[in-house]
Design a protein. Sequence first.
Length: 231
Amino acid sequence: MKIVSAFFFLLSGPVGSLAQEDLERKVFIFPESSNTSHVVLKSTSQRPLTSFTICLRTYTDMTRAHTLFSYATKTNDNEIVIFKTKPNEYNLYVGTGDVIFFFPEKVAMKPSWEHICMSWESDTGLVEFWLDGQPLPRNGMMKGHRISGEASIVLGQDQDSFGGGFDINQSFVGEMMDVYMWDRVLSDDEMCLVWGNRVPSNPIINWRALTYDIKSYVVLKPSLFSVCRAA
Ligand SMILES: *[C@@H]1O[C@H](CO)[C@@H](O)[C@H](O)[C@H]1NC(C)=O
Ligand SMILES: *[C@@H]1O[C@H](CO)[C@@H](O)[C@H](O)[C@H]1NC(C)=O
Ligand SMILES: [Ca+2]
């Protein structure tokens, strides 16, 4: 389905059907730790993946480990997971592999949003991890692997079964926006564009036309991103 420009558009059907909406300048707020609150996303593609890129932006003061993005298949609940273990460490899972990306702790004068892009390609197994528009040293895993396109995709919780099995101690608390996925590895120029809030072509998860379903206590609100910037 192609949406040209819609602010709010309901796929036909009764209560419980998924909304598709342009969420530009909006955020999902996950107000508290829970083993229920999450957002379900639908990809526009069901084809198997031999590469992908996932990008998103978060705003949180959490220090405990938490899950941002969880892509479970019928055979593997950790098929793709973006898990932040510490303020300066991300753990990324693909298939039965995982890699850790460390970076220097930010010495921030004020809280700030964090933008990440993660990509993986089957041919080489290489994983790219871009933090605020900067690539970290590349890592690799699961060379030759193929990812099923039939997935349950969840924000803010780690699935330990297809669509459920959440652990309150791995839940996300904070704000999240600009969630995208592509079925390819973006070029370096494209990675920079996403950081700057532009959208490279053909995302299979598209914040500007997002098919999603809020479960339990997650609130959709306008971003407070730049309210006082011009003062
Ligand atoms: C979820 O949390 C509630 C209390 O907060 C608890 O009673 C319940 O057992 C938990 N469920 C799971 C699956 O952990
Ligand atoms: C979550 O962490 C708290 C504090 O460490 C612990 O008491 C509790 O048992 C944990 N809950 C689960 C479901 O693991
Ligand atoms: Ca899991």
